[in-house]
Design a protein around this ligand. Structure first.
Ligand code: FES
Ligand code: FES
Length: 165
């Protein structure tokens, strides 16, 4: 085992890992953050998407030690400390963008990475950002509508962060 230090959902974490682990192994199996899903395990479905320094990555392919010293955000890190849902989570619920829910954490984190960079994405931008996230249930229309509904995303994000502090 090897020592690893990084930030997870805003908090410093020091842990021991096996060098051959993926980031998904660490998150799900050791840290028990099971909101990050394992689907294909081969970088094809996006169920394991997390944010690494704000960018969406497939945790099932990401070598754990490459997250050393970096900031990882999982779906558990999105809700406020009081359990308040993030505006994206609320939008997914309101637009019926969650059915079985297996793809949802990855979808929401990919959407967050997009909106943080481009708060007013066109439908094509959303489809491109979600190209690596598969959903077997919704047909994507509700997911795209939910993301588009956050037209005032910056304001909602600021309001959410302010409410947290
Ligand atoms: S589980 Fe990682 S992309 Fe499918
Ligand atoms: S809601 Fe079931 S896979 Fe997307």
């Amino acid at each position: 085992m090897q020592k690893m230090v990084f930030r997870l959902n805003g908090h410093p974490v020091e842990t021991l890992v096996e060098p051959h682990w993926t980031l998904l192994d660490l998150l799900r199996d050791k840290l028990e953050l099971t909101g990050t899903k394992e689907g294909c395990g081969q970088g094809e479905c996006g169920a394991c998407t997390v944010l690494l320094d704000g960018l969406a990555v497939n945790a099932c392919l990401f070598p754990v030690l490459e997250a050393e010293g970096r900031e990882v955000t999982t779906i558990e890190g999105l809700a406020g400390p009081d359990g308040a849902l993030h505006p994206l989570q609320e939008a997914f619920i309101n637009y019926g963008a969650v059915q079985c829910g297996f793809c949802t954490p990855g979808m929401i984190l990919s959407a967050k990475a997009l909106l943080d960079e481009n708060p007013h994405p066109a439908e094509d931008d959303i489809r491109a950002a979600l190209a690596g996230n598969f959903c077997r249930c919704t047909g994507y229309a509700q997911i795209i509508q939910a993301i588009q509904s956050l037209g005032a995303y910056e304001e909602k994000e600021v309001e959410f962060i302010t409410r947290e502090t």
